[in-house]
Design a protein around this ligand. Structure first.
Ligand code: 9YT
Length: 126
């Protein structure tokens, strides 16, 4: 992780910082990230083109499933899996939340969140 901080593999947006440990170009078939959600942040996300599993290893927060309105607490040891391209809201809690995330298909590192909080599908060859 020390090798990634401060490089192009560390990416920041409003309410998140993400360190991409594995990207598409690393050839694993998935991408693998550490994402920090600061206390009190709110993110509206929708990975329309990706499946995502997220495991919390520190801090706390919540996730709300926009389809059902259900909110789940997230703390050290919580896993959530977005297998339905679920629209969701992620909220930081009282302490910065540290999340380990895997994406299938892998993120290339060039995506930007669109107006829905989605990443566009990857059409690149590398
Ligand atoms: C928590 C979450 O959705 N993390 C996704 C990874 C992050 N947005 C990134 O690396 O782009």
């Amino acid at each position: 992780m020390q090798d990634i901080i401060g490089t192009e593999r560390e990416v920041q947006g409003p309410g998140w910082t993400s360190r991409r440990m594995l990207l598409k170009k690393d050839g694993m078939g998935f991408s693998f990230h550490e994402t920090i959600i600061p206390a009190g942040a709110e993110l509206n996300l929708w990975y329309k083109h990706h499946l995502e599993a997220v495991y919390c290893v520190a801090g706390n927060g919540t996730i709300t499933d926009k389809a059902t309105g259900e909110t789940h607490e997230i703390t050290d040891g919580t896993l959530y899996a977005l297998d339905q391209h679920d629209q969701h809201t992620l909220r930081g809690g009282t302490e910065d939340m540290r999340l380990i995330c895997a994406f299938n298909p892998p993120v290339t590192g060039r995506e930007v969140h669109d107006e829905d909080g989605a990443y566009l599908p990857d059409t690149s060859e590398d």
